[in-house]
Ligand binder design. Structure first.
Ligand SMILES: Nc1ncnc2c1ncn2[C@@H]1O[C@H](COP(=O)(O)OP(=O)(O)OP(=O)(O)O)[C@@H](O)[C@H]1O
Ligand SMILES: O=C(O)[C@@H](O)C(=O)CO
Length: 436
């Protein structure tokens, strides 16, 4: 009988692409990791099976009501604790995406209360994907968050780059800052400042970090903290803590996924700057694409049937090229749609159509699927009935290939791309990585 492995880290992610991003960073830092879609109803490993070092529970809780986000996050916490999770990680977006009411603040507060924890941190920094935090201000590349494309996000426009003020508006916990000069002095100095901040009544400290070296320093200082809240970046700094005390072996490779077969497709519902550029690039290469028009959907046009009728003759063994079905649009067009339909209705109409199209594509033999956008990925993965993902090779920082290991009726390779991630040629590069 193999000894059951300790579950060192239990993670709750507020969207599906974010969950994959976190699982990818954990795997690359040497932790065996399983991603579940939603809260499982059964144990992940039985007593005689070796379990993973980390589990990431993917929720779709970023833009729902704070009450629902709290309830779902607490259910995930309860399950992770029942699996023996030793440290809890609440993963949100590296651009701190949140609605005016939350959900980062309310969920953090509820998780702290449930864990009887009096102090935690907030750190969306992910320098490898060009997200850095300096003096509490979040930068995307060289721009403040509020000057970046995130100001036009369809669901969570980010108009303030000062994370202390953004978070303070979402919680009654006292929010403070642990700034870069302390991080630069090392893990011991960070721990001392944690103690000082707590003495001053601070309950959540926003952490500056501008490089991977900073994440390693911070990771060391977070050893044993019951709850960490962060983007996926901090994940690269935590495994060293368990490696230092022998609970984690030397870095292991990412899962080797089964051989990819079947047709290739991309579904894109993200309207980020990066995704808009990726869609345009794909079209400029002369690759096949079909646009899903939100207003036509609202008029009752059956674009699901049209898209699948368009795709069917293109999906042949003679034509191995991927095809793209997208709702992706420029900010002005999205605003126009939202003005006519309302933000929520526009989002859910498009998500539902893209999810039905994904189901139809599977029925047509697609087995390698890229989905762009967190909410879109949530809708697609739920519609496909996927319950668990194994993490494979990385396509771009934050985006690995995964294999839907159960729940889906057919073997399926999935890449869930966060809106802002990936280079301009991501849609073609992704399939090249799978077949390297
Ligand atoms: N043309 C459109 N008009 C209005 N809404 C749209 C349109 N196209 C997509 N949407 C909606 O915009 C939202 C985009 O969110 P999504 O999370 O999928 O992408 P993203 O925010 O770029 O990705 P991430 O959350 O990973 O950063 C979805 O709800 C989608 O249905
Ligand atoms: O952290 C990020 O930027 C992504 O993992 C994400 O959450 C986008 O939805």
């Amino acid at each position: 009988m193999t000894a059951k492995r300790r579950l060192l880290l239990g993670c709750i992610a507020d969207d599906f692409t974010g969950a994959t991003d976190l699982a990818n960073n954990l795997v690359r830092a040497g932790m065996s990791t399983v991603q579940t879609i939603g809260v499982p109803s059964v144990d992940l490993a039985s007593d005689d099976q070796e379990g993973p070092d980390a589990i990431v529970v993917a929720l779709k809780s970023r833009t729902i009501s704070p009450q629902d986000a709290v309830a779902q996050s607490l259910a995930a916490l309860k399950w992770l604790k029942s699996q023996g999770a030793e440290q809890i990680y609440f993963k949100y977006c590296s651009t701190f995406d949140s609605t005016a009411e939350g959900n980062i603040g309310p969920v953090t507060q509820a998780l702290m209360a449930a864990l009887q924890s009096r102090f935690t941190v907030a750190c969306p920094a992910f320098p490898e994907a060009l997200r850095t935090v300096f003096k509490g201000h979040l930068f995307v590349g060289d721009q403040l968050l509020s000057d970046s494309g995130m100001r036009n996000h369809p669901l969570t426009p980010m108009l303030d780059a000062n994370l202390v003020s953004v978070l303070q508006k979402q919680t009654t916990l006292k929010v403070g800052l642990l700034s870069y000069d302390v991080v630069a002095r090392g893990a011991e100095a960070v721990r001392e400042r944690f103690a000082q901040l707590q003495a001053d009544g601070v309950e959540v400290a926003v952490l500056d970090a501008i490089s991977n070296a900073d994440l390693l320093t911070l990771g060391q200082a977070l050893a044993g903290m019951p709850l960490v809240t962060a983007g996926s970046g901090i994940a690269i700094g935590l495994p060293q803590n368990w490696r230092a005390n022998g609970a984690l072996g030397p870095a292991a490779a990412a899962d080797k996924l089964p051989l990819a077969k079947g047709f290739k497709a991309i579904i894109s519902g993200s309207c980020s700057l990066a995704t808009n550029a990726q869609v345009t690039h794909f079209q400029q290469l002369g690759c096949a694409s079909f646009r899903v028009d939100a207003l036509a959907l609202a008029r009752g046009e059956d674009l699901v049937a049209h898209a699948l009728a368009w795709a069917k003759p293109l999906l042949t063994v003679e034509n191995p090229a991927p095809l793209l079905i997208y709702a992706t649009a420029e900010p002005a067009a999205v605003k126009d749609v939202q003005a006519q339909l309302g933000v929520e209705k526009a989002g859910s109409l498009v998500e539902a159509a893209l999810a039905s199209i994904a189901k139809g594509l599977l029925a047509l033999g697609v087995r390698q699927l890229v989905v762009a956008g967190g909410e879109t990925s949530g809708a697609v993965v739920q519609a496909l009935g996927v319950t668990q993902l194994a993490i494979g090779p990385q396509i771009a920082p934050g985006v690995p290939w995964t294999f839907a290991s159960n729940g889906a009726q057919q073997p399926l390779h999935l890449a869930l791309k966060s809106g802002n991630f990936g280079g301009v040629d991501f849609f073609t590069q992704a399939f090249a990585v799978l077949h390297d």
